[in-house]
Design a protein around this ligand. Structure first.
Ligand code: TPP
Length: 670
């Protein structure tokens, strides 16, 4: 078995395969994915679930020119392996290697990039509408998971499809899981379709019929105009169900077809998404169908890897650091766990505090609340906008909701933050995990924009803790505050400092001077390190002290409101003010400091360190990216000396030697 992959460069190479060979290829692909992800991390369970589905698509279609859009695209590894990237697969999610998501920069087979859920159908519809207008003939296929089907935007697309095009194929990859178990009415509805005995009988008959049909037979039936009767034979009961059937399969007794048909799409399924013959036959049917169609395939998340099958949530996405940490005796706790456990504590003292997640109980740490206080916990599905407006409603009734949403995904809810929460000045706390880098995921997942998008909104209070103890203090402070409050903290392990048994309220808008000027000699440099960058600020200060430079180190704690007094004091006193943040420079914390100094007539030079005006690529580790972009203590110290050399050249000439050896930054942000 095996050895096929290296000879497959595109869909065309699959056409000569027999069904038996496709099955062997599926095993080879699974093996390759499991081996590679053991080293690199990645979305193991999701990818193992779609191996046959992807093979079927590539067998039936030609990609390119046919267009395949992956919703989220975390599950596109088999697609990568089949489209000329098998030889690079070992580099996936590593520095300079393949992306873990579809990327237009990577291959013409990736017609659309992605990373955020629910937009696949809209993008595919845009591609189909363009095709129709351009008069070309390619097929447009979109694969979307049942979890992503909980996104509101999907229904905005469904609302438009039938009126926009006659040819679009939506494939519903239904494994009954989002990252966690899929929740809500849509999940229940799909599950009823799958588990309903009535459908199951059809499902069985359908499969045996499909298996009996020779290749292409479905298309022939379609051409002979017998498709209607064929479909009725298969799904007749869905067209003429009894009231009881309607009630039991979740349609409530009022409709007369599956939800997609109400949107004007044809629906076929549910079918076994691991049965290659069934897949091929149904996909060929869809290929020849002249109306937008939904094919509903049932797949098993983690298929072929027993542990992942049993614990799909644990194996949804693995990071290499998780593997490394597992072997470390006592790693510091994850930021998300500290937050999640602290929230449980606060919720126990006040039943009006509730936690909200948009389908990410594990990643955000809300799993602790789910387990201990389920009545104070909401999982709303992958629906960030809804989560925020829902929180606003709760807040008007005297609740204090805590929305735990990654920085990058909260972008989806911008309008709701501004209009529903901030305009009404409601007490909602936002805990933004993954604020900063998400190295192995890359540009779709880095949380580098939240300060810029929150700063202009009135009533916002925004904080960044420098360690886990401060995170708990900030959460405590936020819960005692009657305004919209945002706390940003990074992915991964916290700093390893002890957490006080009683949290302390932090006065709003106060910074903490970690180290004041001590030598009282010039030059004096005030270094402000925001959040997790405080430790970098301390390291820079230590490096500069080797050159007898007097430094102060400040933990700003608040991004909004800024501690005016502290910033102005150091702004007037220091020869140079330095800001370091894990965020884009444009509109970030450093920009806020510049504005404050300027507005108060202080002309002290400010050197800002953060991420440049560019989408930051993926890499193996955060450290790799910091080295490339000059955000290491050594590079920052070098830049500071360069700046000083413009101001006081003779001083720096004498001192520079003491800093050696320092690497030269290869790509330093301005
Ligand atoms: C807007 C947005 N919110 C959250 C996520 C995080 N996320 C990535 S994959 C995923 C689950 C998707 O479930 P499903 O579409 O069923 O795919 P599966 O992994 O089960 O195949 C989630 C919540 C995201 N990518 N985008």
């Amino acid at each position: 078995m095996g050895g096929y992959l290296e000879n497959i460069k595109s869909s065309r190479d699959l056409k000569r395969f027999t069904v038996a060979q496709l099955r062997e290829l599926a095993s080879e692909i699974r093996q390759r994915i499991i081996e590679t992800l053991a080293k690199n991390g990645g979305h193991l369970a999701s990818n193992l679930g779609v191996v046959e589905l992807t093979l079927g698509i590539h067998y039936v279609f030609d990609i390119p020119p046919d267009k395949l859009v992956w919703d989220v695209s975390h599950q596109c590894y088999t697609h990568k392996l089949l489209t000329g990237r098998a030889h690079l697969f070992h580099t996936i999610r590593t520095t300079g290697g393949l992306s873990g998501y579809a990327s237009r920069l990577e291959s013409p087979a990736d017609c659309y990039g992605g990373g955020h859920a629910g937009v696949g159908p809209s993008a595919a519809l845009g591609i189909a509408a363009a095709r129709d207008r351009l008069g070309s003939n390619e097929h447009v296929i979109c694969v979307i998971g049942d979890g992503s089907l909980t996104n509101g935007i999907v229904y905005e697309a469904l609302n438009n499809i039938a009126q926009t095009t006659r040819r679009l194929i939506l494939i519903l990859n239904d494994n009954q899981w989002s990252i966690a178990k899929n929740v809500g009415a849509i999940a229940r509805y799909l599950s009823k379709i799958i588990t309903n005995p009535h459908y199951n009988r059809l499902h069985r008959d359908f499969h045996s019929l499909l298996k009996k049909l020779p290749k292409g037979e479905l298309a022939l039936m379609l051409a002979q105009q017998v498709e209607e009767s064929f479909k009725r034979a298969l799904t007749g009961a869905t067209l003429r169900p009894t009231t009881q059937e309607l009630e039991t399969d979740g349609r409530g007794g009022t409709g007369n077809s599956v939800i997609f048909e109400e949107f004007g799409l044809r629906y076929l399924g549910p079918a076994d998404g691991h049965d290659i013959e069934v897949l091929i036959n149904l996909l060929e049917f869809a290929k020849n169908y002249n109306q937008p169609i939904v094919l509903h395939f049932v797949t098993q998340k983690g298929r072929g890897y027993a542990e992942a099958q049993q614990a799909p949530e644990k194996f949804h996405g693995l990071s290499p650091t998780q593997i490394i940490q597992a072997s470390h005796p006592q790693p510091p706790p994850q930021w998300a766990d500290v937050f999640g456990q602290a929230l449980v504590k606060f919720c126990k003292t006040n039943p009006r505090i509730v936690g909200i997640t948009a389908a990410m109980p594990s990643g955000t740490g809300l799993k602790y609340l789910e387990k201990e206080l389920p009545n104070q916990y909401f999982d709303v599905g992958i629906a960030e906008e809804h989560a925020v407006a829902f929180a606003a409603g709760l807040a008007t009734m005297g609740y204090h909701p805590v929305c735990a949403i990654y920085s990058t995904f909260l972008q989806r809810a911008y309008d709701c933050i501004q209009q529903e929460v901030c305009l009404q000045d409601l007490p909602v706390t936002f805990c933004m995990d993954r604020a900063g880098l998400s190295a192995s995921d890359g540009p779709t997942h880095h949380g580098l924009f939240d300060i810029s998008y929150l700063r202009p909104i009135p009533n916002v209070i925004a904080m960044a803790p420098s360690n886990e103890d401060e995170l708990v203090d900030m959460l405590y402070t936020a819960l005692l505050t009657n305004h919209p409050t945002f706390i940003r903290y990074p992915r991964g392990p916290a700093e390893g400092v002890p957490i006080k048994s009683c949290p302390q309220q932090i006065p709003i808008g106060t910074a903490q001077v970690v180290k004041d000027f001590q030598l009282h000699t010039h030059p004096q440099i005030a270094i402000f390190g925001l959040g997790n960058m405080l430790k970098v600020a301390i390291a820079v200060s230590n490096l500069l002290s080797r050159s007898s430079i007097d430094t102060a180190v400040i933990n700003p704690r608040f991004i909004k409101p800024l501690d005016k007094e502290t910033h102005l004091k150091f702004g007037s006193q220091a020869d140079l003010l330095v800001t370091i943040e894990d965020h884009v420079l444009a509109g970030g914390y450093g920009s806020a400091v510049l504005e404050l100094l300027h507005d108060n007539g202080i002309t002290t030079q400010v050197l800002r360190f953060g991420w440049p005006d560019k989408f930051i690529e993926h890499a193996t580790t955060d450290e790799d990216l910091r080295a490339v972009y000059g955000l290491t203590p050594e590079n920052i110290a070098t830049k500071i000396l360069e700046k000083l050399s413009q101001q006081i050249p003779e001083f720096v000439q004498n001192q520079q030697a003491k800093l050696k050896p320092l690497p030269t930054p290869t790509n330093t942000p301005g």
